[in-house]
Ligand binder design. Structure first.
Ligand code: TYD
Length: 135
């Protein structure tokens, strides 16, 4: 799986913390889009998709949530509970997000604009595409 946790340098002092995100420095792509998920209701599970071609970095800037990633052969659950690190997701990976805390703000950076045609929203179609790509 090409996904990994990326830790950020915190420029903290007695006033509090500060983290700067910069294209190709601590973010391994050019950021074209940023969106955030917040006010998530109790027991909500969302995501349920893969992308054909998109790099993303998810940072829980407040609270916590869990990220399930499945590349068709391996499955990992990552807990995001700090603004000090983010989950980098690249390649054909199925994702689901769950266990959002009430104060969770999940910031997602992406290397491309929103494009519904880049989404695979059916798990069986995802598995078929993984199969096809491995041949
Ligand atoms: P959806 O893909 O269901 O969110 P999640 O993957 O977090 O479960 O997106 C919800 C709606 O928001 C859907 O109608 C598409 C729209 N959307 C945008 O318009 N722009 C975006 O950048 C994103 C991520 C979603």
């Amino acid at each position: 799986m090409k996904s990994e946790i990326i830790y950020f340098k915190t420029i903290g002092d007695h006033r509090g913390g500060l983290i700067a995100l910069e294209n190709h420095h601590n973010i391994p792509f050019d950021i074209k889009r940023a969106y955030y998920i917040f006010d998530t209701k109790i027991d909500v599970r969302r995501g349920y998709h893969a992308h054909k071609n998109l790099k993303q970095l998810a940072i829980c800037v407040s609270g916590s949530c869990k990220f399930l990633l499945n590349d068709g052969s391996e499955e990992h659950v990552f807990e995001l509970d700090s603004p000090n690190y983010g989950l980098y997701i690249d390649g054909l990976v199925w994702r689901e997000m769950f266990d959002f805390s009430v104060n969770c703000v999940l910031l997602v950076l992406a290397d491309n604009y929103y494009d519904e045609s880049d989404y695979i929203r059916d798990f069986n179609c995802f598995l078929k595409l993984v199969d096809k790509e491995s041949q």
